[in-house]
Design a binder for this molecule. Structure first.
Ligand code: MG
Length: 450
């Protein structure tokens, strides 16, 4: 089975992912339902994104959950953070989200959520995989089969976001905002939330359509050209784009320029550290140095983790972080919930703009500018590479691959978890220095691997 970004055999870093009806089938969804119904006996909430195969997979998951004697709550189509908030705030014993997030249209996925609303940890996924393979499901007699209830979480989620932002302040500014829902789950939440925040809302790609007729669900710069154009045409204050399950948001400034995800992460991290008068910000080792600079400058402290949101969340819990996130538009607001949250990101950016009374393009100017370069090299022997790197750079940060920090930049040499390749990242304050560091990283890999 083709998996995206995983270490387990079936469960990757984002649950189970694959091409719908080929690699991720209704049979598998049925057994995955049985797995969570066995592990989290009680009442399990299930929601989906807007993909074509999501209904099919959801029905199989519901059947699986109830067949082992747990109850299921069908929440319909909802963003991943809305499902997570519902699980956290109600007596649900677990959750399942059927989504392939930002992956192309043919994919789908199934991800499990713990009773506190956070994604399953690596250890929980390993246990899930063990039960899936051994088929050690609980059994239920005819009169013990679970029931399926329906409920909704989108209204509940919108209210939850509003409770944690300064609504009156945002409303007073009457922002004009363009939101690109990407024909995904955000259609059911973000336009409504923004309206209730007093914005004049222009929504695009705002009907759910799993064929993704307008753009790929990944909200990266190359996919949001239309949003950039509309922001300029209507003289909006901000443009917002979501991925397919709306746990991420990316932004376009009032001039129609895409704002790099790392820069937004740095800006929000700085906002939180300033607001809290210090504190720890958690981010993977692959994040731009601009995040660390912004956090340090505001009197906070950066904590680096391996790549992947479950580990970021785990460390945020451990160090009682004030903020966290990844450099892909996934921002985590611990006072709301420990998960990436697209709608909360949008609301908090508006709150920052309202409180600073500056356009977003002015606010991001304060974030230090870096140049990033990336290269992929073949790597069939990860152990040899990592051992060699430890010998050559004993002082490097080995949280995930090897990160070498210099005064004016850094290199990350990170073998892929799923493919026989190693990625080399380099970042510096000038393009020339970034090139020099990238070359240094590449040469080190070649020297070690021979
Ligand atoms: Mg996502």
């Amino acid at each position: 089975m083709t998996r995206i970004g995983g270490a387990g055999e079936l469960f990757g870093t984002n649950g189970v992912r694959g091409i719908a009806n080929e690699e991720l089938t209704a049979d598998m969804a049925l057994n995955l339902g049985r797995v969570i119904g066995t592990m989290r006996k009680g009442r399990i909430a299930v929601a989906t994104d807007a993909r074509i195969s999501s209904q099919m997979l959801k029905c199989a998951v519901l059947a699986g959950i109830t067949s082992v004697g747990s109850d299921a709550v069908d929440l319909g189509v909802a963003p991943t953070p809305a499902l997570q908030y519902y699980v956290k705030e109600t007596n649900a014993t677990g959750g399942v989200i059927v989504t392939a997030s930002h992956n192309p249209r043919e994919y789908n996925g199934i991800k499990f959520v713990h009773s506190d609303g956070t994604e399953f940890t690596r250890e929980m996924d390993e246990e899930s995989e063990r039960i899936y393979k051994s088929k050690e499901f609980r059994t239920a007699r005819w009169n013990e089969v679970g029931q399926i209830f329906s409920s909704e979480c989108n209204r509940f989620y919108i209210d939850g976001v509003k409770e944690r932002v300064d609504v009156d302040l945002i409303v007073s500014r009457k922002f004009r905002v363009v939101v690109d829902c990407g024909n995904g789950a955000a259609c059911f939440t973000s336009p409504q939330l923004l309206k209730e925040l007093g914005c004049e809302v222009i929504s695009i790609n705002a009907h759910p359509d799993g064929s993704f007729p307008q753009r790929n669900p990944e909200p990266e710069e190359k996919n949001v050209g239309f949003l950039k154009e509309v922001v300029k045409q209507v003289s909006a204050d901000l443009g917002i784009a979501h991925d397919g399950d709306a746990d991420r948001a990316t932004f376009v400034d009032e001039k129609g320029n895409f704002i790099s995800e790392d820069v937004m992460l740095a800006l929000m991290a700085k906002y939180y550290v300033t607001m809290k008068g210090g504190g720890k910000v958690v981010t993977p080792v692959s994040s731009s140095k601009c995040v660390e600079d912004a956090v340090n400058g505001a009197g906070g402290e950066i904590v680096y983790t391996a790549v992947g949101s479950p580990v970021v969340v785990k460390v945020m819990k451990e160090v009682n972080a004030v903020f966290g996130g990844e450099g892909n538009g996934g921002l985590i607001f611990p006072e709301f919930q420990l998960t990436r949250d697209g709608a909360m990101s949008a609301a908090k950016v508006l709150e920052l703009m309202a409180s600073e009374q500056k356009p977003i393009s002015e606010l991001v100017k304060d974030i230090p500018k870096y140049y990033t370069l990336k290269e992929k090299l073949p790597c069939r022997d990860k152990l040899k590479l990592l051992t060699g790197l430890k010998e050559e750079f004993p002082k490097a940060n080995f949280t995930d691959g090897a990160r070498l920090d210099y005064d004016d930049g850094w290199i990350l040499i990170r073998p892929s978890g799923t493919e026989p390749i190693v990625r080399v990242f380099a970042e510096a304050k000038s393009p020339d220095k970034a090139k020099e560091l990238l070359e240094k990283g590449i040469q080190s890999v070649k020297k070690i691997l021979g």
